[in-house]
Design a binder for this molecule. Sequence first.
Ligand code: MN
Ligand code: MN
Length: 297
Amino acid sequence: MIDEEALRCLRKAGKAASQALKSIMCKVHEGMPLTEICEYVENYIRSMGCEPAFPCNISINHVAAHYTSYIGDQSVIPPRSLVKIDVGAHFNGFIADVAASIALSDDYEPLVHASEKALEAAINAIKPGVKISTLGSLIESTIKSFGFKPIRNLSGHMLKQYTLHGEKSIPNVATSSSVSLEVDEVYAIEPFATNGAGLVTDSSEAYIFRYLSPKKAKKFERELLATIWNRFRSLPFCDRWVRDIIPGETLPKLIELSHIGSLYGYHVLVERGRGLVAQSEHTVIVCEDGVEVITSF
Ligand code: MN
Ligand code: MN
């Protein structure tokens, strides 16, 4: 049995994340500043008594993941774009991770539909003992049935307390793995569909970071890193959340700390063939009799 307290925390985080996403979905429009979207989502989560589990990700067109607004970001939602919003909330470290795609052009609806149907197919198949390869295969065949490709080097992931990416992954393609899901485990399932190459690659930019190690840091940086650990543990954060402890050149300092290995920098991920990318994601608990989706709208 999953601990009653853990279940309560997960459901609370799930409600905060999904309501924040649902609320921003109908507000996103051409010309909207990305900073406004991030701050709206993150403040919504806080107003629900939770904390953001990672900075709100906004990924546009061929960008698949890991973009968040930085201090001074002037970017806005471009016309006729395909926008993915990825939201994480946690309560006492119990994380809910949910994402959806918004098509600002009717042309992109089939791609969004493909990722949604793939997510639905995977969730419908979840029960204790189901193989992760079965889920990957279902996701792949569903996306391909609409004439698109899954992104094969992105995957869903196990969630644990204060850990966004647990040891087991849920692939978006068929694999030869014999690993299966067990009762009481928590997973984020996230199919990505594209009309491009079906692979993402690192861009040079990074706006999201995670604590790694103070080993190579100078004395004053160690104090900074200690504050970062106390505030976020190993959960991702961004410059907007540490401007009080790093005044001035916040983002350059975080990039510097990532270069010496004190922080991990998440590079913005772009589709290798510059294809458009759609994403759908829910967080689920594997139950004796199937599945509980904690992020349903
Ligand atoms: Mn996510
Ligand atoms: Mn995720």
